[in-house]
Design a protein around this ligand. Structure first.
Ligand code: UT7
Length: 326
């Protein structure tokens, strides 16, 4: 009998501080930077985002999301035998945020832990790795988390990027099952586009070398994103022997409503089948897909037995899709 992996519980967490577009417009105006709620809503669909306090890290957000996912799965933390955290805003240079999360969860069973760094595609990368390890028998019950505190790496002098991102975390428990589960996935990258979305700074001899804040060529990212998202979706459908008509829900990376609309149009899906949280969360990078999934599950939109397409795209350039049955 084939061994599959299946999501048994989802959870998410947003830091309490809600920052509306108007809040941000007022804050930026104090620095002489002009933007508006109209521009942000029209160009991105974003109305609000959450920002973590200064002393709150990715592992803190991951901890709350993980507890909720474990509760939804009916599992104890000690039941987990692998932790993968997708993040581009880790607590430390090392060790991994996954190691810090393991300790915060009180897991003492010695399970392996590691971070995945694929920026906004991080969660689909992490989920695919977890699925492979379950299929191979190397793991049975995996905690897969996307957690980000992008507010720490935003340049609040740059209106073209600082209005786009937010903080948050989402998590799933992925378990071995004789029923599918994850049906197919596709992961890709093209490192020739490193410069279009990056945080170029690094640590050298105790100093920051280069610029440690987020840089993005928005239009270049936009153009690449719409093309690759359609291709990745079609590749996973073909692998699974399904068509667009079999998709109950599309949960794309929540970066920009216009990218989501364009992807839906290319896949001939009505926007009624697309989970949208970008309006309230902004772009939370690796956290955006599990956050949106958990919100849709708890809102009774995504239900057991339904077919869901998850799609990530981001810095690297990286992209990928996971097609699954809930
Ligand atoms: O998470 C990884 C994936 N990331 C993404 O998917 C992001 C992809 N890119 C995008 O979502 C869009 O390209 C943006 C939202 C970043 C920008 O939207 P756009 O429609 O491509 O705008 P633009 O860059 O062409 O800028 C249009 C105008 C410019 O003014 P001029 O040159 O026409 O006078 C900008 O200076 O809008 C101006 N602008 C702003 N105006 C008010 C840029 N940012 C702002 C702002 N407020 N915050």
């Amino acid at each position: 009998m084939r061994r599959y992996s299946r999501i048994s519980g989802t959870g998410s967490y947003l830091p309490p501080r809600l920052v509306t577009n108007d809040d941000l417009v007022a804050q930026l105006a104090e620095q002489g930077i002009e933007t508006s709620d109209d521009w942000i809503v029209e160009r991105t669909g974003i109305r609000a985002r959450h920002f973590a306090e200064r002393d709150v890290t990715a592992s803190d957000l991951a901890l709350e999301a993980s507890r909720r996912a474990l509760e939804a799965a009916g599992r104890q933390a000690q039941d987990i035998d692998l932790i993968i955290v997708a993040t581009s805003t880790p607590d430390m240079v090392f060790p991994s945020t996954a190691a810090i999360l393991q300790h915060k969860l009180g897991i003492t069973n010695g399970c392996p832990v590691f971070d995945v760094q694929a920026v906004c595609s991080g969660f689909v990368y992490a989920l695919t790795v977890a699925d492979s390890m379950i299929q191979s028998g190397a793991a049975h019950r995996v905690l897969v988390v996307g957690s980000e505190v992008f507010s720490r790496i935003l340049d609040f002098q740059d209106r073209t990027t600082c209005v786009l991102f937010g903080d948050g975390a989402g998590a799933v428990v992925l378990e071995a099952s004789d029923q599918p589960g994850i049906l197919a996935s596709a992961l890709h990258a093209d490192g020739s586009h490193v410069g279009i979305l990056c945080v170029p700074g690094n640590v050298y001899g105790g100093q920051i070398l280069g610029d440690p804040l987020l840089k993005m060529d928005g239009q270049a990212v936009f153009k690449l994103a719409v093309g690759v998202l359609e291709k990745a979706a079609r590749a996973t459908l073909e692998k699974a022997g399904l068509t667009e008509g079999d998709i109950d829900w599309l949960i794309p990376h929540q970066a920009n409503i216009r990218i989501m609309q364009s992807t839906a149009r290319r896949l001939k899906l009505s926007m009624d089948k697309v989970v949208v949280t970008v309006d309230q969360h902004g772009n939370t990078s690796a956290a955006s897909i599990p956050l949106a999934l958990d919100h849709a599950v708890r809102a009774g939109q995504v239900r057991p037995g339904q077919t869901v397409m998850l799609e990530g795209v981001g810095g690297g350039f990286t992209w990928g899709a996971v097609l699954l049955k809930m």
